[in-house]
Design a protein. Structure first.
Length: 641
């Protein structure tokens, strides 16, 4: 199901007081006619304005203006303008769901703005980075980006107006990872601030986020109240995509409340709006939800149409969570049809995306973020209190006159409170450090408990299933067809057991080194029917994170399995090398090579995705009868680890 928390990401990515819809089409046409008449910096600024105003009206058209502007900006000697161009171009890519592109553009803008000490620009870039990381399920990186933006906004006089939005983004991270009550508390605080500031944009998104929180807490009446409160504000702002998001939220709510027909009605309204505004991400998410609605009322053919449509759209956005949900729906559908082979295929793809999401989440970091927000709020209240005290003292000084004795008294009191505040801050930092160490220890223990549960419970259950099927084969000696089916299921069970053990190994191997990885790969070689060699030229002190270990192992596993099945090779060679800070993993065989069509198959796409997910560059070198070489290159890997 779609989480309404995505609402905040798409609405507030601009970090600007100007509305995207504030320009009429007539005004935009007039601006377009001026483009050929402008040159240099004036032309870049005009193209950036068109990119900005078109980003929600027509994202693809906005991208064309932005790319044209970027070509010119790179030839000019104006770094500030180049950073703004990167920033503006990232906005329509965010609307289109091309989140990796948003990350690349804002990182480039951030480098320039950091060098120029452009505080407001840094806040804008960090906020967009946080939104993109959020959509990619890279929650720890999103939290770091939001934290940096919040820190700068609090210190900057001009940055305070962005704080309310940044706090809202941080609250969404809490909600998506299960801290719903804590997120609700923050959103209620944000609602009060938005009402005080009469900030319509934040009011709309906060109503939506409150609706999502109340729905998850099963308080359906309050959830409806929040969603419906947003609708008149959205219609007044003429923000069509936001209206689609509200209908989408109401669709999720009514499904959870058991009103499937009403939920379908809201979903269809949302889908029509998303298709009108060209939002592939929104349309894909709603299509998957419509498919699941049809499946719940046993209209399986309609369910398949919408699930496949949604999958095609959300895969293009590279949003791990929504792609996983689409595969989940298709797997459930095929099970209902008793197409077990197709259900198994979809289940494997679902688990792959679920694996990617789980490795990126860090609940201990989010809990720390919530604690930090509470401290920041108390500091803000203390600062406001100090301002009021200072104003009262100033009024007394004017009425009584400046007195040397009073001045000395004020100085002494100020020094005393500053000293007391420093002591309090020092004690608070010590407490935070102790709590952080405790949370890290608890998280490590939880990971060990989870891996132990997977191994002991699910592993033993799989073993029982396999042995039971083996016993059935022995008992039913005459039933050849049953024997064949049971053997297929036993093979699948053993494969699943192997995948489970690999996942448990990766969870327990945080900060494992190259030797750990090679030991695991050698277990594959032991099962190989052809010679299998491993060559290493690396510093054994290099360490890997859990996700890195798991993805590297899966790449080697997929490549060697493909070689053994299809390549007709006589040897496999695994090379792990380190040169000038670059780490390279290479899998070679001397088999038949790959046809062009095979180079873009599911296996290759899966290996490429895993390589790029951990920061690598994927290469395939193959010609017929000359073998195949698969490489994963990691620039600056050694320096980062």
């Amino acid at each position: 199901m779609m989480n309404y928390v995505r609402f905040i990401s798409l609405f507030c990515f601009l970090l600007s007081a100007v509305s995207v819809n504030s320009q009429s089409q007539h005004q935009l046409d007039s601006m377009e006619r001026l483009v050929p008449k402008k040159k240099g910096e004036e032309k870049v600024r005009l193209l950036n304005d068109l990119t900005y105003y078109y980003c929600q009206k027509d994202a693809n058209k906005a991208i064309k203006f932005g790319e044209q502007s970027l070509l010119i900006a790179r030839t000019l000697n104006n770094e500030s303008l180049l950073a703004s161009t990167y920033n503006d171009l990232s906005m329509p890519y965010l609307i289109n769901g091309e989140f990796p592109k948003v990350v690349v553009l804002n990182r480039k803008a951030l480098v320039i703005r950091t060098r120029l000490k452009d505080t407001i620009g840094i806040i804008a870039s960090e906020s967009k980075l946080g939104n993109a990381y959020y959509e990619l399920a890279r929650y720890k990186e999103a939290q770091v980006a939001y934290d940096h933006a919040i820190e700068l906004a609090r210190k900057s006089k001009d940055g305070e107006k962005y704080l309310i939005q940044l706090y809202a983004n941080s609250a969404n991270l809490l909600e998506i990872t299960g801290f719903v009550k804590e997120a609700l508390k923050l959103h209620l605080d944000i609602l009060k601030m938005a009402e005080e500031e009469q900030n319509t944009g934040v009011l709309i998104t906060t109503y939506g986020n409150l609706g999502s929180c109340y729905r998850k807490l099963k308080q359906f009446d309050k959830s409806r109240e929040m969603y419906r409160a947003a609708i008149p504000l959205i219609k007044k702002a003429e923000s069509h995509e936001q209206l689609g998001m509200v209908y989408q939220g109401l669709g999720v709510l009514e499904r959870d409340a058991g009103n499937t027909d009403l939920g379908l009605s809201y979903y269809r309204k949302a889908l029509r709006i998303y298709e009108q505004v060209g939002s592939k991400t929104g349309a894909g998410i709603v299509a998957v939800n419509i498919g699941k609605c049809f499946m719940s009322i046993k209209q399986l053919d309609s369910a398949e149409v919408y699930l496949l449509k949604g999958l095609e759209l959300v895969k293009n956005t590279r949003s791990f969570r929504q792609t996983m949900l689409a595969y989940q729906g298709l797997s459930e559908l095929e099970l209902k049809r008793k197409n077990f082979q197709s259900a198994t295929t979809y289940l494997k793809l679902e688990n792959h995306y679920k694996d990617s999401m789980a490795m990126h989440q860090g609940n201990e970091v989010l809990a720390e973020m919530f604690a930090r927000y509470e401290v920041e709020r108390k500091e803000r209240e203390l600062a406001e209190s100090k301002v009021r005290i200072a104003e009262n003292q100033s009024q007394k000084a004017i009425w009584l006159g400046v007195s040397a004795c009073l001045f000395l008294l004020i100085v002494l009191v100020t020094i005393y409170f500053r000293h007391k505040r420093k002591l309090a801050i020092h004690q608070l930092e010590q407490t935070k450090q102790e709590e952080q160490l405790l949370r890290q220890k608890q998280l490590h223990e939880q990971k060990l408990d989870i891996s132990r549960e997977l191994h002991d419970n699910i592993g033993s259950q799989l073993t029982y299933l396999i042995s039971s099927m083996d016993h059935m084969i022995y008992q039913e000696k005459a039933n050849v067809q049953l024997h064949e089916k049971l053997r297929e299921l036993m093979a699948f069970g053993r494969t699943t057991m192997g995948e489970l053990r690999s996942t448990v190994w990766a969870m327990n191997a945080e900060n494992g080194n190259v030797s750990d990885f090679i030991d695991r790969v050698e277990s594959l070689g032991a099962k190989s029917t052809i010679p299998f060699s491993i060559n290493r030229e690396t510093n054994s002190e290099i360490t890997f994170k859990s996700l890195e270990l798991l993805n590297l192992y899966r790449i080697v596993q997929e490549a060697t399995q493909n070689t053994l099945k299809y390549a007709n090779a006589s040897e496999i060679e695994i090379n792990i090398t380190e040169q000038d800070g670059e780490l390279t993993l290479e899998i070679k065989d001397n088999g038949n090579g790959l046809a062009e069509a095979t180079k873009d198959g599911n296996g290759m796409r899966t290996m490429k995705h895993r390589c790029e997910e951990i920061g690598g560059k994927f290469e395939v070198v193959s010609t017929p009868d000359s073998g195949t070489t698969i490489r994963c290159l990691f620039p600056d890997f050694v320096k980062e680890h």
